[in-house]
Write a protein that binds this ligand. Structure first.
Ligand SMILES: Nc1nc2c(c(=O)[nH]1)N[C@@H](CN(C=O)c1ccc(C(=O)N[C@@H](CCC(=O)O)C(=O)O)cc1)CN2
Length: 293
């Protein structure tokens, strides 16, 4: 068997087209959504992602506001930028690109974001609402990557109902947030959260109908750990630098041979990454519509 491809690039393009229409409808009501980004430092991956977010905004008609700080920015400087965006009416939603340099306090930063402008859905209030408003998908922003994973599968005609899902990785942007979403009644999946400390990871994986690999460990999902016919989503991103040439490439969590065992695989790049960006825009448009009532 050769797995079919869960095409994130094409699916994200379709979502952006739908969003363009919604943005036009908002404009007719006098509202222009505006996405802000805060980037600290010069990590090439983060710079690339942030640039991509602004390109996406231009494509769908969302205004974009960019605040870049040097790698040695102080906590006070970062706090001031957040206060400025919280107070800027042109900025209807924003994100702080993660990871932050180690000397900055990520938890504090996420708490300082106005929950109504939290386009990532990572403010404690919004993560709390994710747990509390179990059947209200747009009560507040939802984390973009989990939302992207869910839509990528659904838009390929696959239902989540009754699926055994094994998530690998316990980070805040994916692993911890996807379980509360997928166990909502509308999806009815059964979710096991595993991580690099899980004993007998392979046994868990062999029971999975769907694997969401978000550990950031290249190749952690091997072909002999995937049951025939499984759906495998490769969320992990590691950059491997070739010491000789200085060039870098992306390595996902899923070994290439998995494509011979699974029914569906998301490529990496070209799978969940573009969906994360598209769902960020969707959060911004959802919240502009919510604000109108
Ligand atoms: N504040 C946040 N920070 C981070 C998040 C997040 O959701 N919010 N997630 C990741 C990075 N990320 C979004 O910011 C992200 C990752 C990957 C892509 C993407 O489009 N990837 C392309 C490949 C691009 C390349 O060549 O490097 C793909 O998969 O095809 C977009 C966004 C961590 N930080």
């Amino acid at each position: 068997m050769v797995a079919r491809v869960l095409d994130g690039t094409a699916t994200a393009a379709a979502i952006k087209e739908e969003l363009r229409e919604r943005v036009t409808a908002l404009a007719a009501r006098g509202v222009t959504p505006g996405l802000g980004t805060v980037l600290v430092g010069d990590d090439p991956g983060s710079q690339w992602y942030v640039a991509g977010k602004h390109r996406d905004c231009a494509e769908v008609g969302i205004a974009s506001i960019r605040r870049d700080l040097p790698a040695d920015a102080t906590q006070a400087q970062l706090d001031a930028v957040i206060a400025e965006l919280n107070g800027d009416p042109a900025c209807t939603g924003y994100i702080v690109q993660l990871p932050l340099p180690k000397h900055l306090d990520t938890d504090r930063v996420l708490e300082l974001i106005d929950p109504a402008k939290d386009a990532d859905g990572l403010h404690p209030t919004n993560l709390g609402r994710l747990l509390l408003n179990v059947n209200d998908p747009i009560a507040s922003s939802l984390p973009c990557t989990p939302r992207g994973v869910i839509e990528l599968v659904e838009r390929h005609g696959i239902s989540w109902q009754g699926k055994n899902v094994v998530v690998v990785g316990r980070g805040i942007t994916v692993g911890r947030a996807i379980g509360p979403l997928l166990t909502r009644r509308e999806y009815n999946a059964t979710v096991t959260l595993t991580h690099t400390g899980t004993v007998n990871l392979r046994e868990h994986l062999l029971r999975a109908d769907v694997i969401v690999a978000a550990a950031g460990v290249p190749g952690i999902i091997a072909a002999d750990a995937v049951q025939p016919g499984a759906i495998v989503l490769d969320v992990g991103v590691s950059r491997i630098v070739d010491a000789a040439t200085g060039t870098s490439r992306i390595a996902g969590d899923v070994a290439p041979e998995v494509a011979e065992a699974a029914a569906w695989v998301s490529p990496n790049p070209g799978g969940v990454g573009p969906m994360t960006r598209a769902l960020l825009l969707k959060n911004v448009v959802d919240s502009a519509e919510r604000a109108l009532g």
